[in-house]
Design a protein around this ligand. Structure first.
Ligand SMILES: Nc1ncnc2c1ncn2[C@@H]1O[C@H](COP(=O)(O)OP(=O)(O)OP(=O)(O)O)[C@@H](O)[C@H]1O
Length: 258
């Protein structure tokens, strides 16, 4: 099974330029799923090193993240990724955009940890033996060699999340899109993984409900009902979001008292 082109195929298709800035451009982009409009009117250029995405449950954060790797294609406006219209390079995108799902069970496809890590390397053109050896080396470097032979299904939630992050990192994508990657991790694992992620050279887009994680980010996008409510420096957007939560919770409490 080949989910995206190997090196020589890439040269033939070659629509993505992973070095281009901005790496993502949305022009009045919108998304409808079923009969529901999920995202609308999104116009953005993404180029910063660290971008956070915040918003209430159901505001469209995961759907937005999925536009950035072609898992969803906009049906209104235009989404350009690495200089090419997303729909035209969909099969190339997984090698440039490492996507970590909110639920690790939606990401992993192989029975064992070692196979899950090796798969990406095989897709990049390495032989099976080479992929396996590199996967084991990679797991060792990240202190996870003990998990190599374990069935993915038997890992704890946190271990699954770590393996999914490693499975993406091993491919050295240009951009990482992380959809609440720390939700199942204990405080220590969360801190270690977050520090590791922040030390990476890759550009990162991270969806998170944990606002403190995003305070040092270059830019934060606040989504509300599928639209961009605010876009700016982390401190400013997070402060406005917190104020809004305060205001809304006051209104809800007042309504409950009546
Ligand atoms: N495949 C789908 N078909 C129809 N509606 C969908 C689909 N996927 C998501 N939605 C709806 O789109 C809206 C946005 O969902 P999304 O998961 O993007 O929000 P979110 O901000 O990531 O939420 P959360 O913080 O709870 O993870 C929700 O109302 C959800 O029910």
């Amino acid at each position: 099974m080949v989910l995206w082109p190997r090196k020589k195929d890439k040269e033939q298709t070659g629509g993505c330029n992973p070095d281009i800035t901005p790496y993502a451009r949305l022009e009045n982009a919108g998304l409808t799923l079923g009969d529901r409009k999920i995202l609308s009117g999104l116009s953005l250029d993404l180029q910063e090193h660290r971008i956070g995405v915040i918003g209430l449950n159901g505001s469209g954060k995961s759907s937005f993240a999925r536009l950035l790797n072609g898992l969803h294609l906009a049906d209104e406006g235009r989404v350009t990724l690495f200089g090419a219209v997303a729909a035209s390079v969909r099969s190339e995108l997984p090698r440039h955009v490492g996507f970590v799902f909110q639920n690790p069970d939606h990401q992993a496809i192989f029975p064992t940890v070692e196979e899950e890590i090796a798969f990406g390397l095989t897709q990049l053109g390495a032989s099976k033996d080479e992929s396996r050896a590199k996967a084991l080396e990679f797991l060792e470097v990240h202190g996870c060699l003990h998990l190599a032979a374990k069935p993915f299904a038997e890992l704890s939630g946190g271990q699954k999340q770590i393996v999914c992050i490693l499975a993406v990192l091993v491919m050295r994508p240009a951009v990482l899109v992380l959809d609440e990657p720390m939700t199942s991790l204990d405080a220590l694992a969360s801190r270690l993984i977050f520090d590791k992620l922040m030390s990476l050279p890759q550009r990162i887009v991270m969806v998170s409900h944990d606002l403190t994680l995003l305070t040092g980010f270059d830019r934060v996008l606040w989504l509300e009902e599928g639209q961009l409510r605010m876009d700016g420096p982390a401190a400013k957007v997070i402060a406005a979001y917190r104020d809004d939560i305060e205001r809304r919770s006051g209104t809800v409490m007042k309504a409950a008292a009546i």
